[in-house]
Design a protein around this ligand. Structure first.
Ligand code: PLP
Length: 393
């Protein structure tokens, strides 16, 4: 039986999502931009989904741009803002060293177009301090956009977004947050956060893969990144994925209805997993903030263990976890998030991410807790043997 502790990568569909997607695919054949009855039927499905997603983040439905992913929402926010600000004299962009590639690579692309980019540092728990942002804003009065993620996908650390956004506002800069890892996991309100743009992704909270949204505060003018039709109030050309977005709407309504119950239950299970592993495995350490983080995530280093090998060993036993870092050209790059937090490359390579969901059971955790100490021990012994053999050569 598969035990899945990789919900930050993607989640299984929430109740009702698969049925909604199938129903819409089967019964709703119109194009939502058509004015005839089948078209209006599709439009009604889309409107309903948009309303449900907006309600989840305390927003107005008309301020949402429905997209094909969280990555697309991030791209639209950053590229759209940069192009809109082109003639404003503001040519500086700020982000953080620990963003998802969707933001980091997009900011890199803007740098290649001549924008100056500052990547704010984080402290040892992965937090961007308001003092660091205030200093950088002071040094760069031409900052047009600040993009800081709400929670990090590898360690789960939550950023003080309301404070950071307020600082950006006092300097006349727009503020975007990538909330892909918080929407559906913790209460999110665009007004309480005080941001100008917020990205979310359906498949991180029970919706279909390939769905997402960018919320844009009224008054913020973005340049659309696709040319074509007039969909999404001219902010995203292309016929919407009506069935997928209907599924996103169902997931949003489900998350809203269950979040208050699921979040503390998931946090309690995560805490038990973390505590038991720290107590039961010598040389285990938690990475990231333990007070301010999403309820489902823990990132743990096991000294002397190549985490990638542990992922493979666990997979062979039917347990899915992840390292969070990417393998490039055959050599494992240490996580940019962990190294930005000050961890050595060696320690970063020993780190495993466990991300739970509402469907994670105590029995799942018992199985994981039962297997990890022996696997860690075995991998450490293999490591020592390999080092001894290497030393004799
Ligand atoms: N932003 C963050 C923080 C993420 O964790 C992810 C996905 O892992 C994304 C953006 C990209 O979302 P999507 O998979 O919908 O493109």
């Amino acid at each position: 039986m598969q035990i899945y502790l990789d919900h930050n990568a993607t989640t299984p569909p929430a109740p009702g999502v698969v049925d909604a997607v199938c129903r819409v695919l089967r019964d709703t054949q119109g194009n939502p931009s058509s004015i005839h009855a089948p078209g209006q039927q599709a439009r009604a499905v889309l409107d309903d989904a948009r309303r449900r997603v907006a309600t989840l983040i305390g927003a107005r439905a008309s301020d949402l741009v429905l997209t094909g992913s969280g990555t697309e929402a991030d791209n639209l926010a950053i590229r759209g803002a940069v192009e809109a600000l082109h003639t404003s004299g503001r040519r500086h962009l700020m982000t953080t060293a620990i963003e998802h590639e969707a933001v980091l690579a997009t900011c890199g692309a803007m740098e290649a177009r001549g924008w100056r980019v500052t990547r704010l540092p984080v402290d040892c728990s992965g937090i961007v301090t308001p003092a660091a942002l205030a200093a950088a804003l002071h040094e760069n009065p031409d900052t047009g956009l600040v993009s800081v993620m709400h929670a990090n996908n590898e360690v789960g650390t939550l950023q003080p977004i309301a404070e950071l956004a307020a600082l950006a506002r006092t300097h006349g800069a727009w503020f975007h947050t990538d909330a892909v890892q918080t929407v559906g996991k913790v209460p999110v309100s665009v007004d309480a956060l005080g941001v100008d743009m917020l990205s979310l992704s359906g498949h991180k909270f029970g919706g279909p893969k390939g769905t997402g949204a960018l919320w844009v505060r009224r008054g913020i003018r973005l340049v659309a990144q696709q040319t074509g039709g007039k969909q999404e109030r001219l902010r995203r050309a292309g016929t919407e994925n009506v069935a997928g977005l209907a599924g996103l709407g169902v997931a949003a309504a489900y998350a809203r209805a269950t979040l208050q119950v699921h979040a503390p239950a998931v946090a309690a299970r995560r805490d038990r997993l973390e505590r038991t592993l720290l107590d039961g495995v010598p040389g285990a350490h938690v990475n990231g903030a333990t007070e301010s983080r999403v309820p489902n995530t823990t990132n743990i280093s096991f000294d002397g263990v190549e985490a990638e090998l542990l992922v493979i060993a666990l997979d062979l036993e039917g347990i899915g976890v992840s390292t969070g870092s990417a393998c490039s050209s055959g050599s494992l790059e240490p996580s940019h998030v962990l190294t930005a937090m000050g961890l050595s490359a060696a320690r970063a390579r020993t780190s495993l991410r466990f991300s739970l969901g509402a469907d994670t059971t105590d029995a799942d955790l018992d199985a994981v807790i039962g297997r990890i100490p022996a696997l860690v021990d075995k991998l450490r012994r293999l490591n020592q043997t390999a080092a001894a053999v290497g030393g004799r050569r």
